[in-house]
Each structure stands twice: as C-alpha cells, then as structure tokens.
Design a protein. Structure first.
Ligand SMILES: [Zn+2]
Length: 467
C-alpha cells in the first residue's frame, strides 16, 4: 500500500518513500512550556499521533521525536510576571502538558529532548556556522549576539515558505535590530548578562542563551541524524521557524539538497467558535479546562473530524456532538461485551483514508460503517467480525480503547454520586421492584436522574450512564 502525504516543500501531494528501507524518522516541534496548552496546541499532537500510529503499522521501525522548549523569552516573561521560578514553571507546565496529552489518547513520542539539555550542541552549531561564513558576531551595541547571514545561503532561503524577499524581510522584522547586516538575518545566540537574572550559558560570545530556532536543528540531528524523513508542526511554524531550521541545518555540510528533512507536513490553523482564539473573546480553550467538561476522547474525535490541513473551527457544540457520537459507538459495544473481538490488524479499508494524506474524516466515516454492521449483526460470527473490524480500525485513530462501562460511568462531577454509590442505589431499586415497591423504585430513578445518571433496564439487568 502506498502512503501519500502533502509535502509543504514540494507544494503538492507526493508518494512517501523513507530514506532507509523499513525505517521512518520523524521530528515534530513540541510545546514551549510557559503556560497551559490550548486546544490549538493539541492539534498537531493529535494529528501526528495518528500519523505515527499509521507509520508503525506500515514500517518495522519508526522513531518519533518531539521536543520541549524550556528556554524562551515567553518563559522568562512568565517568571517575571508571576514570581514563580523558571524551573518551577517549566517543570509544572511540562507535567500538565503530559497529563493533558495522555488524556486525549496520545502516545508519548520515542524521544522528548529538552532544549536546556542540548546547549552544548547548539554552541557547536553556532561555532560551525561562524566558521563556514554563514553567521557573524555582532559588534559594539550588538556584542554578544550571533546572527545567521541569510544572503550567505543564496536563493535557497525561503524555499519552504515560498515567500519573496520583501515578505521574508517583513516577517523577520519582528526581531529587527540595527546591527543586522541584512534585514532578513536572524538571531542564533543572544546575550544574557548576569545582572539581568535570565538563564544563560557561558560561550565564546559571552554569557548568553540560544535563539529559538537553534534547538530543533540540533536535537533533530542528535536523535535522527543529519538526514531524516519527515519534519512536522503547525502551519504557523513554516516561517520563520522551519525556514530558519533549514538554513541552520543545511549550511553546515548536511548536503544542501539532500540534507535535513526530506518531507515537511503542516497542520492547518485552529479557530474557536468561528473566531481567532483570544482570552478577551472568551473562546480561549485550554485543554485542561475542556477536560473538566468533556471526556478527552471526545476532544480527540472533534479534532480528527476535520482533515489536518484544513482550518478547524473548534466549538463546544462540535465537542458535544463528538461526545454523542462516541455514546453511539460505546452503546453498541456495551451490548456486545460478551462477544470476543479477535486480535487483528486494521482492515485495509480502514487504512485507505489514512494512506491518502491522513484523511481522518474518511477513516471516521469508515468507523460509522463498521458501527452499522455491528448494530445489524444478528449471529455470533458476524458480531465477532463487526466488533473486531470496528475496534481495530478505531485503534489506528486512538479511539474506542476504553471499556464501554467506564465510558458511560465517567467521572463523578464534584459533589456528585460516585460509581459505587450509584451501583448501591440501583441494587436497592432492584430489591424494591422485586418487592413490588414501585414507588420507592421510581424515587430512586428520579434521585439518580437529578444527579445526572440515566438508567436503562434491559434483559441483562439495569445499566447506567451519565447524562
Ligand atoms: Zn522546531
């Protein structure tokens, strides 16, 4: 089977061919750990989680690296504002990021390097770039700065973003400085004088800290080699971040054309409730807060219902709809808990959508076809086949991995009834009904409903779910 992916570098959908037979190496830019992850930050994590699940089915060896940016001016600013130490902020935020992403059903990457643990490698790369004439040290007012010389790359700079010279310059102006030899040049290293109380490391250019782009060039090479297969991230990273990563990595001998990442994949933007997310509009959703209201799996499904390259409008209504869809899946699975699904590879049909540039909406529609077959199955053999097909296809998307009972029972909301209390009330209701005390039975049903618990009486007894 052929895997097709949209490659940002070539600007079209191409057939994926790994550099080494049977082995795929992929690097995705991870979070800057200064604040809780918002739902836009979760999108690339979920997208590339599904993608690496697929790759693992197709290739014997997959190495997935996603970094943690734990040195950044946003972190420094957060520390200054709150008084919390930088280390406390980065450790706390990293822990919550891990918990939140696990709650969305994401598997951890194979390697998760932290920028601060690779400063020596960054200093080496800066030295190499200076030596080869691709970077220069600032003088006078700019002392302690090292800048990448964009004109030293010739026409190769800008080939990922396809921006023209004036657009590149306009984009680079964010960090405009009078000491740049060329307005498109960007910072590799900047000073951290001890009196500023900022993180800093001794270097040949004085005590300083790295520019943001440097770490991904260094850590991708360390874990994947100078030439690897796929580099991914959000579309907003194409310029300047990824363009600058290419500049740093290909100028130092990685081979100008063949070096660094062979393919580039980028997920589209995310809006919330039809607008750009912003704290002032009240549509700024952190994953942490959403998880108080919705199951992680519903958030995951809501993110996957839009193709990864398309802009995604994330809404609470859409999230409620995703939860109802999962209720439908788990409801069907709950009826066949005694049917044993066979250990199985996902059917070719379930892979078809994902092989075509990770078409998750198509893969999800396949799940709905499997659900229909499961609901229609009326003998043991077809039930086994339908359940097997549904679960193995869903696993590829990281969905439907929970016990159906656990899905419906969920977590008690604060002050609500926990599962043991609900089970006890249901048992009491059963005894009341056996004794023909229907009044007490109805009281208990009403009591449970007031607590958001719905009962379903069936042939095999009473089951319940949270509203
Ligand atoms: Zn990066």
């Amino acid at each position: 089977m052929t895997l097709m992916i949209h490659d940002t570098l070539r600007g079209k959908k191409v057939k994926f061919r790994p550099r080494k037979k049977g082995e795929v190496r992929i690097y995705v830019c991870g979070p800057t750990v200064y604040d809780l992850a918002h739902i836009g930050n979760a999108r690339p994590v979920v997208v590339f989680d599904v993608f690496t699940r697929l790759l693992r089915r197709l290739y014997p060896k997959v190495t997935y690296v996603r970094n943690i940016t734990d040195v950044d001016d946003k972190i420094n600013a957060a520390a200054k504002e709150t008084g919390e130490s930088i280390q406390a902020i980065t450790e706390r935020t990293t822990k919550i990021f891990h918990d939140d992403m696990a709650a969305l059903g994401n598997l951890p990457p194979d390697e998760e390097p932290k920028a601060t643990e690779h400063i020596d490698g960054m200093k080496d790369l800066v030295a190499k770039l200076i030596e080869s004439g691709h970077a220069y040290e600032g003088t006078g007012e700019a002392e302690g700065h090292v800048l990448f010389s964009v004109p030293s790359m010739g026409d190769d700079y800008g080939k990922l973003s396809k921006l023209k010279r004036d657009e590149l310059v306009a984009g680079a102006r964010v960090e405009a400085a009078p000491y740049k030899q060329d307005p498109a040049d960007f910072i590799l290293w900047k000073p951290s004088p001890i009196e500023d109380d900022l993180p800093g490391w001794d270097s040949p250019w004085g005590r300083g800290r790295p520019g943001w782009h440097l770490e991904c060039s260094v850590m991708s090479e360390k874990f994947l080699g100078p030439e690897f297969d796929i580099h991914g991230g959000g579309q907003d990273l194409i310029f300047p971040h990824h363009e600058n990563e290419i500049a740093q990595s290909t100028c130092t001998g990685g081979g100008k054309d063949g070096g660094f990442a062979k393919y580039w994949m980028h997920n589209g933007y995310l809006m919330a409730e039809g607008e750009k997310m912003s704290k002032s509009l009240g549509n700024f959703y952190t994953v942490h807060e959403l998880l108080d209201e919705f199951p992680g799996e519903a958030i995951r499904l809501a993110l996957l219902k839009t193709h990864y390259r398309q802009p995604l409008d994330f809404t609470k209504d859409g999230l409620a709809e995703a939860k109802r869809e999962l209720d439908g899946f788990y409801g069907a699975l709950r009826k066949v808990t005694d049917v044993r699904a066979l250990p199985s590879e996902p059917s070719p049909a379930s892979k078809v959508g994902l092989l075509d540039d990770l078409n998750t909406p198509l893969a999800i529609s396949h799940l709905h076809r499997c659900l229909k077959l499961l609901n229609e199955a009326n003998d043991e053999g077809s039930k086994v086949a339908a359940k097997t097909n549904l679960l193995s296809s869903a696993e590829l998307l990281g969905l439907l991995g929970q016990d159906p009972e656990a899905w419906f029972k969920g977590e008690a909301s604060e002050g609500g009834l926990d599962a043991a209390a609900i089970d006890a009330l249901i048992a009491e209701r059963g005894r009341a009904r056996e004794n023909k005390d229907f009044k007490r039975g109805d009281e208990i049903r009403d009591e449970l409903e007031k607590n958001g618990v719905l009962l379903e009486d069936g042939a095999q007894g009473t089951t319940w779910k949270r509203k």
